[in-house]
Design a protein around this ligand. Structure first.
Ligand code: PGA
Length: 248
């Protein structure tokens, strides 16, 4: 049985004070939730204080990005070790904003994912097609390609620590969600590919989250799909009320 994971991606939105306030409110609202894993991914600058705010709770901490190197002359970068110092258990890699605004390639994303695994941080690998790709019927091809390249040289053993997030680019921050049926189709494509690359056992265990304009109103139907194991929430994770409704 796959335990649902509901992750908040706060992106570049909250100051430390605001992030702590939101985390504290969520800790209170979600204290009775047992059957789901809850994850907050604040900005790097808020990690330390949010980690303190969620102490002794059922909420875990993650980062939004990580460097593919461990140490050295890489101005502006943050290493896995630095993230772990602040209590991070997860890290998002290959988010569509990293791919499309900051030109991250599949190769860079693969290096980041492997460096996270090497340092015992669980990566959440994001994949998803653009609107143009979708309109030209390339969705399946694009996501298979991102999965293959993103997971290149990742061992079977390491795969148990990987989470995948399917986030159609056209649905992120736009208010347009994939229909649960369409999302299920892509999730199924991803699971089948994991089966092909690794094994049936691994494909059955791996969690595949849906992301892209998830709201308290559409989350129930999305997560009811057989291959959707949780969500990666942006906009609606910035208000305690909305995010806790999604989780509940
Ligand atoms: P959104 O963002 O919920 O605002 O669409 C999701 C994401 O980018 O992870």
């Amino acid at each position: 049985m796959r335990k649902p994971l509901i992750a908040a991606n706060w992106k570049m939105n909250l100051t430390v004070k605001e992030a702590v306030r939101l985390a504290t409110s969520l800790k209170q609202k979600l204290k009775k939730v047992k059957n789901k894993e809850i994850l907050l991914c604040p900005s790097f600058t808020a990690l330390q204080e949010v980690n303190k705010a969620i102490k002794n709770s059922n909420i875990k901490l993650g980062a939004q990005d990580v460097c593919y190197k461990d140490k050295g002359a890489y101005t502006g970068e943050i290493s896995p070790k630095m993230l772990k110092e602040f209590g991070c258990k997860y890290v998002i890699v290959g988010h569509s904003e990293r791919r499309h605004i900051f030109n991250e390639t599949d190769n860079i994303i693969n290096l980041k994912l492997k460096n996270a695994l090497k340092n015992k941080l669980n990566p959440i690998l994001c994949v998803g097609e653009t609107l143009t790709e979708r309109k030209s019927n390339k969705t399946k091809k694009v996501i298979i390609n991102q999965i293959k390249k993103g997971l290149k040289d990742v061992s079977k053993k390491d795969m148990k620590n990987v989470v995948i997030a399917y986030e159609p680019v056209w649905a992120i921050g736009t208010g347009k969600t994939s229909s649960p049926q369409d999302a299920q189709k892509s999730h199924n494509t991803i699971r089948n590919r994991i089966n092909k690359i690794y094994s049936k056992g691994i494909s059955k265990k791996i969690r595949i989250l849906y992301g892209g304009s998830v709201t308290p109103d559409n989350s129930k139907e999305l997560i009811a799909q057989p291959d959707i194991d949780g969500s990666l929430v942006g906009t609606k994770s910035l208000k305690a009320q909305d995010f806790s409704r999604i989780i509940k």
